[in-house]
Design a protein around this ligand. Structure first.
Ligand SMILES: [Zn+2]
Length: 287
């Protein structure tokens, strides 16, 4: 009866001719990262597109390869000593497992990536530490790769650019790790004595034995905004000295104010800054 049909009220969506009972496939939501500064959630792709910098200016950590891709001319990077891997000389409990886990999560063999590249056409050697590999800690292979890079740069008469991020010496290698400070420093000195340029870019965090050696030995020392740079942790210093530390202690801006850093360069300006510094210091440079 047309009248009854007219009055009929569907009891649910299926009777209404609506959606089927099949579960609707949910679109996979994009992973997000929360900014520790402004607390906004940012989709990873948006972060990547902005060089891992939040709209509030917070600089997230980035992998060594990402940084090289952002800094070097496309296709110009040629890796050196990429196959060197750490052994476990002291048979330190759990070290092998930590190394394998870092290899798997980063796809790197060690905590630093070294090579030769061009920046805006300027040839240079570059090393970039990898925060994902045991927090860029310096074991014997990290020290060896950096030493070899300076020796290679000396032979080829090239400047070196070093991007540091490190928790310091790698405790699992004990004394062997500590002696990398002297070894890398000697290589930096030989390179410098030959009149060659070394530029450091300190990124968050650069601490411990790395700060106490090659990270602070550059002819020009740049830093990323708000990067933590120091030797011992602030809490340890406070407990030892029993003094209240000033605001901003061990931050890049504090170091700039106190003469340890030459300039703070935001990520978006780093390539241009490095290119300018390299060209000024090349033979027959721009100035
Ligand atoms: Zn933010």
């Amino acid at each position: 009866m047309p009248f009854l049909k007219f009055r009929y009220q569907p009891k649910n969506e299926l009777e209404e001719g609506g959606r089927s009972a099949e579960p609707v496939p949910q679109e996979e939501s994009e992973p997000e990262q929360t900014c520790p500064n402004c607390h906004k959630s940012i989709p990873i792709s948006a972060l990547r597109a902005n060089m891992n910098v939040c709209s509030c200016g917070h600089h997230f950590r980035m992998s060594a390869r990402q940084r090289i891709a952002m800094t070097a001319d496309e296709g110009s990077f040629c890796e050196l000593d990429g196959s060197l891997r750490s052994s476990d000389p002291l048979m330190f409990s759990g070290y092998q497992e930590k190394l394998r886990a870092s290899e798997q999560s980063t796809g790197e063999n060690e905590g630093v990536v070294c090579g030769e590249c061009r920046i805006d056409g300027n040839p240079c050697c570059i090393f970039v530490m990898e925060p994902g590999f045991m927090m860029g800690s310096m074991g014997s292979v990290v020290g060896e790769k950096i030493t070899r890079l300076f020796e290679h740069a000396l032979e080829r008469r090239l400047p070196v650019i070093g991007c540091t991020v490190s928790g310091g010496a790698r405790m699992q290698e004990g004394l062997l790790s500590l002696m990398q400070m002297a070894k890398t420093s000697a290589a930096v000195k030989r390179h410098g004595d030959a009149g060659l340029l070394y530029i450091v870019l300190l990124t968050d965090p650069t601490t411990g034995g790395v700060t106490a050696s090659f990270a602070m030995e550059g002819d020009i020392i740049l830093a990323e905004p708000n990067a933590t740079v120091g030797f011992a942790g602030a809490r340890v210093i406070e407990q030892t000295t029993r003094k209240h530390l000033p605001k901003g202690f061990q931050r890049a801006e504090f170091l700039l104010e106190h003469g340890f850093v030459d300039a703070i360069v935001p990520r978006s300006e780093q390539r241009a800054a490095l290119s300018l510094l390299l060209s000024i210091h090349s033979e027959g440079g721009v100035i």
